[in-house]
Design a protein around this ligand. Sequence first.
Ligand code: PEP
Ligand code: MG
Length: 565
Amino acid sequence: MSLAGVAVSSGVAFGQAVHLVEQDCSVHYHLLPVSEIHSEKSSLTQAIEELICILETGQKCIEIDSDNFQLIDADILLLQDEELLNDMCTAIENQQFSASLAVDRIFDFQASEIEALQDPILASRAYDIRCLSKRLIASINGTLTWDLSHLRQASILLAQDITPAEFAMLPLDNISGIILKTGGLTSHTAILARAAGIPALFNCAYHELSIRNGQTVILDAISGELHAKPSRELRSELRLKQLTESNRLQQLLTFKDKDAETQDGHKIALFANVGNLSEITRTAELGAQGVGLFRTEFMLMNATEYPNEQTQFLLYCDALHVLDGCPLTIRTLDIGADKDLPFERHVHEENPALGIRGCRYTLNRPELFKPQLRAALRAANHGSIRLMFPMVNQVEELDTILQEIEMCKQELVAEEVGFGDFELGLMIETPAAVMNLNSLLPHIDFVSIGTNDLTQYTMAADRGNLQLTKAFPSFSPVILNFIKMTIKAAKEFDVKVSLCGELASDKRAVAVLVGMGLEELSVNLSSLLEIKSIICDGNYSNWQTLANAALKTTRIDELHDLVCS
Ligand code: PEP
Ligand code: MG
């Protein structure tokens, strides 16, 4: 029994199926019949016991002196608090609240009291209390299933969807593959799976196969298929495929120390996209020429509080040390849309992708923005830093950014703290940014084209929706023309131009992108050596001709046929 999906992170994985059932955190508001009061109180106590048991099991897997251990301890203590239990039982008895409503109200009261103290450290505790309340409600509703502490090696996760924040909490060492019913090719979860080298299949209606927990399944994320109950022949065939793939990857390692240079001597600077320090270390090991995009928000996806300036400064210095003289391109926090940070209060927006995200978010939040700017300025004293800003559309936003940087510099001078110069850049992620290049470029040193969002906003097509990303792909004539406009304008203003969207990691697109005049590409770590091998095998002058023809195409098929011919 097999089923097709879309392979968003390549590879073949064998493993045991583990379903991640969505938690039901809904609160029941009905007036409880008096006859049910007793049983409702027992569901509450049972749910508390279940949650404590899960937390204690989870605690066994982590270091006793780690922050996480302490946090779990605090949660357990709260769940064991008799006064709290009494308050909830009283609400069930006297006000005829359902157990979920009692939990919701009493925990919310606790969290609000802590928030009222207006202490930033306690504020994150208030957030934890609200999370705990949700988990307790899920337990009352019988859907507390996000506990992965029992996960054995080589598990294949099956879920409706996984957000970037949930991905950051997965025990990746024990996960060999991921299968989602939803998800887009350039969604952040797909990017994270690729960076972690975990085979992933999205848009797969796996429920049709009635897969049980623990059942052996094979994920072929090369041809895009999920196999349940595979025959002996199929198993051996796929084992062979897995081996061939691993040999191919081994072969690619020979490109590690080579320059990305075409056969006719045209050099490309090949950088990597990363989300944390261990990926930066891999960047150095894979022989990239630096980091072209450090998505700083990724490393905060499961943080309990916002790291202060000193912590960020030390992290950037560690990264510079690992990169050994190669540049580190830090992108300031790109929060919002599908990327919520756990320590930030989530504000509901009707259209989050068109809402307060990227620079719109950080420019409103100096307490987040300034420590990052100051940390980057200070790190620039110790190595080559490039700082870039996401989702900037017009020069007014850039003016504010420049003022903030100037203010930080003045403060550092007054405090006699050393800092250096960084190269200043912008992500080009919207049609407005492309059309406004003439007003933006005079103030900056480089631009980096973010084709994931540029495509989403040009096509008005949600990048997390696979149907749409297939019909409105980045590798299309309109996006190529926006890229060409950006390259042309940047060259006129003598501003460096790079491309860091997933299009740079698309094997089919490399020849056209290089032929169009891009001299720097920043790619997903798992694609780095493959893209380098394509550049090393290519011929620049042929690619220029190909790029000219590609820019004249008017249909997506025509473009795809052209590059495949
Ligand atoms: C992009 O939009 O292309 C990009 C690189 O940024 P992100 O994928 O993090 O939104
Ligand atoms: Mg983007």
